[in-house]
Write a new protein. Structure first.
Length: 107
């Protein structure tokens, strides 16, 4: 956003901040969300690189296509444990999972 537009909006009472500020998240909560989103992005990238559909991944892990879609979307109802187990089932190794977690930490 252009600085001039931002100043104009602030003069009208608008406030700017991060999603963390808007939602009132703690540092730990914000970090957890970033970690989950990073793992979700890795899952989608890996699935697509293998040429799998969400349904094929669901069959592989004994779940449903809609659950895989939620995993890839970073839905908060999906546990990090399930994301990691699915990544491992798709042949992602510990180093790759670690890099995804590390990328979340540096974001």
């Amino acid at each position: 956003m252009k600085e001039s537009k931002r100043r104009r909006l602030e003069a009208q009472g608008w406030r700017f901040g991060s999603a963390k500020d808007f939602l009132g998240l703690t540092d730990e909560e914000a970090e957890y969300i970033e970690l989950q989103l990073s793992l979700a992005a890795l899952l989608r990238k890996r699935r697509e690189s293998l040429g799998y559909t969400q349904t094929e991944v669901a069959d592989l892990i004994g779940s449903s296509q809609s659950r895989v879609a939620k995993m890839e979307a970073g839905d908060p109802s999906v546990s990090v444990d399930l994301l990691i187990r699915t990544l491992l089932a798709l042949g992602v190794n510990r180093k790759q999972v670690g890099r995804a977690i590390g990328a979340a930490a540096s974001a």
